[in-house]
Design a protein around this ligand. Structure first.
Ligand SMILES: NC(=O)C1=CN([C@@H]2O[C@H](COP(=O)(O)OP(=O)(O)OC[C@H]3O[C@@H](n4cnc5c(N)ncnc54)[C@H](OP(=O)(O)O)[C@@H]3O)[C@@H](O)[C@H]2O)[C@@H](O)CC1
Ligand SMILES: [K+]
Length: 481
């Protein structure tokens, strides 16, 4: 599990830990880890040209101490001081003692210094930052972006919002981010995540004083393996769960076929289909149980998936919502469902909008959702009393309970943005709901499997939703191997 904590939580944990340690010990731990990561990113240290973009806070302090360590090993290190009179004094002394030099952002040689560097350390601002980079710092980010040097951000890329992953104005683009003690939510959530490059966590002992429950978390293979259902020798199809699919229409039969394709590979014992696309479903998947009745009368089902390809037919959506089993609401169903009916349900509801659908439900623009995903997913979950999976470049899952960490899906590929891929995800997540997983676990395990399957299906080239569904078993095997 990757855990991320918000700034306020990090600050509290830092204070507790600092009180138990000699002065400056934490910064030395951070600087040592940072210097080691920089050394590993360079072909050789001796003779390398390193530039430190240095702000006036402790983020700048970490950077100067790491620079001093690298200067001692023979690198040529120059610090560009954004605020020379307020630079961390001891760290600056350490750099100068080690043979490093300083300059200012406006010095005529600064652009060529940055352009000729092998490595640039971004220590402009860390968790103390708010808003995009200030006017005096923004040109340094532009110079760093234009330089062929490797850019390493210290703790986080300067200019991003650490708590939300929002980017409001200019920000550094890093190849590598070396973060201390715990991940920050912005390192996991787009658009900020794209600024971070690969992320390396340095242990500075903070785990002992951080709360056990993070603010944001990201499942890894082992976490998902532990969630996926394993049939026991006594399992029959009913004990493994039956997932009902009330989806598709005469106009959009394909959505039903793809939802069934996902559901069949999701671990439920059987898939029951109701709706106008029965012929198309049976032709493709003869193993489907088909009923000509609505969701309430179709027979035993442990979870319903409704909405994909529904067109304008609100009746099956309303009927599925009126049952007392978990319901997954997707696509047209999100628009057709009555908000009060969703809020009044006693069984769990899982909603799976993409940014455009989320925007329509929230009454904001798509851009607003994409730039502030964490806020959007939390608002929807609270507003509908439902678990919400917000699809996108970083898929997020939130429950209506604010104290439950938001999950970020780490798998996935831009190739998954293809027609019908969401229908496969709905079927898959519905199947896991029917197998007895909580909405949060079903959604996160499904997103993880689906993302991995997308990568396998795409292998770096365009893919189609059917191929994604067909790659789910391979992803499942890899995760559980
Ligand atoms: N937590 C931990 O356990 C540990 C934390 N450690 C390190 O401490 C860091 C936090 O240090 P911090 O608190 O001194 O704040 P920091 O990020 O340097 O920023 C403050 C400076 O930035 C400026 N500034 C603000 N916004 C800005 C903007 N948009 N654009 C430009 N500038 C902006 C602001 O200016 P001011 O408002 O004062 O004028 C002030 O000068 C943390 O990220 C980690 O690296 C490690 O050493 C060890 C363990
Ligand atoms: K930084």
């Amino acid at each position: 599990m990757r855990s991320a904590h918000r700034v306020e939580t990090v600050r509290t944990a830092e204070r507790t830990l600092m009180a138990q340690l000699p002065d400056g010990a934490l910064m030395q731990r951070a600087a040592a880890g940072l210097a080691a990561a920089c050394a590993a990113a360079l072909p050789h240290i001796y003779g390398s040209r390193i530039v430190l973009l240095t702000g006036s806070g402790d983020n700048g302090g970490d950077t100067l101490y790491a620079g001093a360590r690298l200067a001692k090993r023979g690198a040529g290190v120059t610090a560009v001081l954004l605020n020379p009179t307020r630079t961390h004094p001891e760290a600056l002394k350490a750099l100068l003692r080690a043979g490093g030099t300083t300059t200012t952002p406006t010095a005529p040689t600064t652009p060529s210094l940055i352009n000729r560097a092998d490595l640039i350390l971004d220590g402009i601002v860390g968790i103390g930052g708010k808003g995009g980079l200030r006017p005096e710092a923004a040109p340094l980010a532009e110079l760093a972006a234009a330089s062929p040097a490797t850019v390493v951000s210290v703790d986080l890329p300067s200019g991003i919002e650490p708590d939300t992953g929002e980017v409001n104005g200019p920000a550094i683009h890093a190849d590598l981010t070396v973060t201390f003690g715990t991940h920050k939510p912005g390192l996991l959530i787009d658009p900020a995540r794209e600024h971070a490059g690969s992320v390396r966590l340095i242990d500075i002992g903070l785990a002992s004083t951080l709360p056990a429950t993070p603010d944001v978390e990201s499942l890894q293979h082992a976490d998902v393996a532990a969630l996926l259902p394993h049939p026991s020798p006594e399992s029959d199809k009913y004990r493994r769960g039956v997932v009902g699919i009330a989806a598709g229409s005469a106009r959009y039969p394909g959505a039903a076929v793809l939802a069934v394709a996902g559901a069949l590979r999701g671990g439920a014992g059987a898939v029951r289909y109701v709706g106008p696309a029965a012929d198309a479903v049976l032709t493709r998947f003869p193993e489907t149980l088909v009923s000509d009745k609505g969701p309430r009368k179709a027979g035993r089902v442990q979870a319903w998936v409704t909405g994909p390809g529904a067109g304008d037919d609100a009746a099956p959506v309303a009927e599925a919502l009126s049952t007392d089993v978990p319901v997954l609401l997707d696509a047209d169903g999100l628009r057709l469902a009555d908000r009060d009916a969703v809020r009044a349900r006693t069984a769990p509801t899982l909603m799976t909008p993409h940014a455009g659908e989320a925007a329509a439900l929230l009454g904001v623009s798509r851009e607003e959702v994409e730039s502030a995903r964490l806020t959007a997913v939390r608002d929807l979950a609270r507003g509908y009393h439902a678990t919400v999976l917000l699809k996108g470049s970083t898929t997020l899952i939130a429950t209506p309970d604010d104290d439950t960490p938001v999950r970020v899906n780490p798998t996935g590929t831009p190739w998954l943005a293809t027609a019908g891929s969401g229908d496969v995800l709905s079927g898959l997540a519905g199947s896991l709901l029917a197998a007895g997983l909580s909405p949060l676990d079903a959604a996160s395990a499904a997103a993880y499997l689906h993302g991995l399957a997308g990568r396998y299906a795409a292998k770096g080239a365009p893919t189609i939703a059917q191929d994604v569904a067909e790659a789910i078993p391979a992803a499942w095997r890899d995760i559980t191997a």
